[in-house]
Design a protein around this ligand. Structure first.
Ligand code: GAP
Length: 512
């Protein structure tokens, strides 16, 4: 099945099984805004817990905060977001559609990549067993020509972005003969800068309302609380402040479901370090964060680092952790060395002294910062994409199963009476009442046992137990494993110990 079709199936699965709904669905949705349903919210909360505990529980020098979404407007002047948080926009005069100029060019680079991939497929077909991919890529004339075009475009694009040369971005679009996907024409406007922050007002207009912004990143809530936390927590460098919260960006190109949203959630940690040690910490946090991802068991081949060529206005080094989504390797997390930019800017704009007194050398200085920043929604999407499978069963049947990491699954155990009579529902409820205090259980009695198993597979429930007539005699149940579909008989009294260890966050945290 084409990857595009797989992705479409995942999107509809998310809706059908109560993971993600379009926002205001009965009004046909709102662009790039989504709601999480009954299963989605559980998965999302588990992701957040996994991150939060890995930061705050596993590091005795990291603490958490929860800052407000609304912040003093000067925060965004100081942080540079008012002046520099822009995307280059271009409109097509015929379709009246608006695009990000950088995205149009990146897509064009992607097209060269696709053409190279197609040549490889053709080569493999032609040369069969004798095909040597590395040699083919290094010598085939058509591939070399495409690579040259791709590299030249990439170099020109990177230079234009670095200088934010809007005329050159437009010229690249014209020279590459990029057409609007809707109108098919090249009737482009000039490229303009567009600020991504949402504006609103606090106070009524009568008493002089003032314009404020919905935060485009949670990080600034941490920077403005640096002194509060350092002093009240008597924190010593190096130390970190973690936060999970909503962020808002007026994204122009809202694509790929929950990958790029206008309202989303971030899990960010700012790690304050002594100046001069930041590159060492940057390397260390790259490894620590990658280990967090790898502990989920999705395979190292599905992750890669992508170092930034164009650095944000506050950074002296930056990398992305990219995950292999059905639409290619895409950024899930950013790790940035933010220097002392933010704290210095807030000191300048607020007039407050924002420094650290180092008792080791009796000196005061502004700490440097390493930031780890991951989108909850992108993490959610990567987990769904990797877990979704349409499994071919013996006999030609297909079952749709989510191989979610057990610790993140919305429901850990489904308790199913074989039939709705003979005291089986009562016995199943009794088991449920005991286990529900230890992990998330769901009771289901409607439909055949086979249908109920399939429903649980589709939401990723790692275990099901079936209560049957033997249960009433010997206090045993059938325990079924989601992934292997194997079933075996276990004592009710052993259920908690068998399941708890496998589904607990603790066991996942220990793998990091
Ligand atoms: N404080 C740094 C910062 O915000 P970023 O690279 O712009 O850096 C960090 O964002 C992460 O937030 C990204 O790696 C991504 O996971 C998530 N993110 C950013 N924009 C998003 C959007 N429009 N929709 C969903 N997630 C987004």
């Amino acid at each position: 099945m084409a990857q595009e079709d797989v992705f479409k199936k995942i999107v509809s699965h998310c809706k059908e099984y109560g993971f993600v709904f379009p926002s205001s669905d009965i009004y046909d949705g709102l662009g790039a805004v989504y709601d999480y349903g009954q299963n989605g919210v559980e998965l999302k909360n588990n992701i957040k817990q996994y991150w939060w505990k890995s930061m705050v529980l596993l590091h005795d020098n990291i603490v958490g905060i929860d800052a407000a979404v609304f912040m003093h407007p000067t925060v965004w002047k100081a942080s540079g977001h008012v002046d520099a948080f822009n995307d280059p926009l271009i409109d097509n005069r015929d379709s009246k559609k608006r695009y990000r100029a950088d995205v149009l060019i990146e897509d064009q680079i992607g097209k060269y990549e696709e053409k190279i991939d197609k040549e490889v497929v053709k080569g493999r077909k032609r040369f069969k067993e004798a095909f040597d991919e590395a040699q083919f890529l290094a010598t085939n004339g058509r591939v070399l020509e495409l690579k040259e075009k791709r590299d030249a475009l990439h170099a020109r694009y990177a230079k234009a972005m670095k200088a934010m040369d809007l005329n050159e971005l437009r010229q690249i679009i014209l020279d590459e003969e990029i057409v609007c996907p809707i109108s098919g024409t090249r009737n482009w406007t000039e490229v303009r800068q567009f600020n991504l922050m949402f504006k609103t007002e606090v106070g009524s207009t009568a008493d002089g309302a003032s314009t404020i912004y919905l935060r485009p990143e949670t990080a600034q809530g941490i920077f403005v609380n640096y002194l509060n936390v350092q002093k009240t927590g008597r924190m010593k460098l190096p130390f970190g402040i973690a936060q999970i919260g909503k962020a808002f960006r007026n994204e122009i190109v809202a694509r790929q479901f929950i990958f790029r949203m206008r309202e989303f959630e971030q899990m960010e940690m700012q790690f304050f370090v002594k100046p001069g040690t930041e590159m060492e910490w940057f390397r260390q946090w790259k490894q620590t964060r990658m280990a967090w991802h790898l502990a989920l068991g999705f395979g190292a081949e599905n992750y890669r680092f992508h170092d930034h060529e164009k650095l944000a206005h506050y950074a002296n080094a930056a990398t992305d952790i990219e995950f292999h989504m059905p639409f290619g390797f895409k950024e899930v997390e950013g790790i940035h060395s933010r220097t002392d930019f933010d704290l210095k800017q807030h000191a300048k704009y607020s007039g407050k002294k924002i420094e650290y007194f180092d008792p080791e050398n009796n000196q005061s200085y502004t700490p440097y910062v390493i930031e780890t920043s991951i989108g909850v929604d992108r993490m959610f999407l990567s987990i769904m994409c990797h877990s979704y499978e349409e499994e071919q069963l013996e006999g030609g049947d297909v079952r749709t199963v989510l191989h979610l990491p057990a610790a993140l699954a919305p429901v850990k155990l489904a308790v199913l009476p074989l039939v709705k009579k003979d005291g089986l529902p009562e016995k199943a409820q009794e088991i449920m009442q005991d286990l529900k205090f230890h992990f998330n259980c769901k009771y289901e009695e409607k439909d055949t046992i086979g249908k109920r198993y399939r429903r649980q597979d589709a939401i990723g429930t790692p275990y099901c137990i079936t209560v049957d007539h033997d249960t009433l005699q010997d206090n045993t149940v059938t325990l079924r494993d989601r992934d292997t579909m194997e079933q075996h008989r276990v004592n009710i009294s052993d259920l908690r110990s068998i399941i708890e260890d496998k589904v607990s966050l603790t066991s996942l945290l220990k793998k990091i």
